[in-house]
Design a protein around this ligand. Structure first.
Ligand code: MG
Ligand code: MG
Ligand code: MG
Length: 307
């Protein structure tokens, strides 16, 4: 077991999961705690853009934790999205902006949850509350996470607090958020060298309600048609994923970040749950969802309400 407390975000880490882990590491170290930010999967291209901008390395990758390992969870709480072995870890702290589900601990803990658009917005507030100076590096990390999670403030998950935090952080970072943010998001839309398997795993989360298990994966693009060129191969990858994970339903969101819509590829034995949730009929395993960009606010809860 590691002596240090390990800090990490969810599997298939996104920019918030990586950046918030690094910022939380700084926060805890400022308070004198022995901690290390780690990650549960490959860094995506959007996040690589951020790390490259700062000239820093990604946190070390871990696959599992041993019984009793002290951990801090950021940007998630559901065990199905966390590290292997989480059930027997000692969860000291959670800082998150998602629903709380499939979560329990044996001991008391610090739990900070706020319904804001990004974990980094909560971390920004924690720095303020402790009167801690925010340095340029952490400012860039936090503003990148906010831009990513809110799709440059266009997602319905974005709150006033996210915008205020981002404005303040942009001053410290000396960054024009719109220019930097669009470049960062665009870096994440380069899907050219992903296999269909890779594509459905870039940003993929499992949800469960009783026996009903479903997965919602999402990719960002500036051109939906480009992604659909490989539709058959993507469908095969999804079907294999369903079979090996015993899922009822798989929803693959291809999100157009320019126009804020999503094309969905939907497969599984229970696709009627999706059709009911969105009052739509699948054609060719697909449905176009106008104005839908947020898995957390507009997709996962709607499906959960219809199963
Ligand atoms: Mg996340
Ligand atoms: Mg997040
Ligand atoms: Mg996300």
């Amino acid at each position: 077991m590691e002596n240090k407390t390990l800090i990490f975000g969810h599997k298939n880490p996104d920019t918030d999961s990586i950046c918030s882990s690094l910022v939380m590491e700084k926060f805890d170290r400022n308070l004198g705690f022995e901690v290390e930010a780690v990650r549960l999967g490959d860094v995506n291209k959007e996040t690589a853009y951020v790390l490259n901008y700062l000239g820093i390395e990604a946190p070390r990758m871990i696959a599992s934790v041993e019984e009793g390992q002290a951990v801090v969870l950021v940007d998630h709480n559901e065990f199905s999205q966390s590290v292997d072995g989480i059930e027997k870890a000692k969860i000291e702290t959670v800082v998150d902006h998602h629903r709380i589900a499939n979560f329990q601990t044996a001991e008391p803990l610090y739990y900070r949850a706020e319904p804001v658009g990004c974990t980094s917005t909560i971390l920004y507030k924690k720095f303020k509350e402790e009167n801690m100076t925010i340095e340029k590096k952490e400012a860039v990390l936090m503003l990148s996470a906010i831009v990513s999670d809110t799709l440059l403030f266009k997602s319905p998950t974005c709150t006033k607090e996210d915008k205020i935090a981002c404005e303040e952080l942009a001053k410290i970072a000396e960054i024009d958020v719109n220019t930097y943010g669009l470049d960062m998001l665009k870096a994440g839309t380069d899907l050219s060298d992903f296999t269909p398997d890779g594509l459905i795993n870039i940003d993929s989360k499992e949800f469960a309600n009783g026996d009903f298990k479903f997965q919602v994966a999402q990719v960002n693009t500036a051109c939906i048609e480009d992604v659909l060129k490989d539709k058959t191969e993507i469908e095969n990858a999804i079907q294999n994923f369903i079979n090996s994970n015993g899922l009822n339903l798989f929803v693959f969101l291809i999100t157009d970040i320019i126009n804020s819509n999503s094309q969905c590829i939907v497969l599984g034995n229970n696709t009627e749950a999706f059709e009911k949730a969105f009052n739509t009929k699948l054609e060719d395993n697909m449905a176009f969802l106008e104005g839908i960009v947020s898995r957390k606010k507009q997709v996962a809860p709607v499906i959960l309400n219809n199963i």
